[in-house]
Design a protein. Structure first.
Length: 126
């Protein structure tokens, strides 16, 4: 699993880790039962504090994406949690409203914003 952390991003580093792990699981790049790097190993690779990775793993475990087996490590769960589609819609509605506000303040036409979203969508899916 290869993660990319952007320290300048407004999203906290632990949330970047959480999002990328979930995306990797959903895309099949992380398989059920696959062992994840230890807190310390992943922290070393990402050059972040081990507690940052632990916080991300703890959240992923609370949400049901991964599980820890004492003495063996952390693994992708065989059964993934159900996604609360309505909660996702609400978060997206809030994000979209902020995006539209920012675009309006920058005098960016809706057509350009839509094109930007299409480009980002292609990057995200590739």
């Amino acid at each position: 699993m290869q993660l990319q952390i952007n320290p300048a991003d407004a999203v906290p580093i632990y949330r970047q880790i959480v999002r990328q792990v979930i995306k990797a699981i959903m895309a099949g790049r992380l398989e059920p039962g696959e062992k994840l790097a230890s807190h310390r190993d992943l922290a070393g690779l990402l050059v972040v504090a081990p507690l940052t990775v632990k916080k991300a793993y703890d959240e992923l475990e609370r949400e049901g994406w991964i599980g820890t087996r004492r003495g063996r490590g952390t693994f992708v769960n065989d059964v993934q949690p159900d996604i609360d589609v309505e909660a996702v819609r609400q978060r997206l509605r809030h994000t979209a409203r902020q995006l539209l506000t920012d675009a309006a303040l920058a005098d960016l036409p809706l057509t350009e914003l839509i094109e930007l979203l299409r480009q980002l969508d292609q990057e995200t899916r590739s």
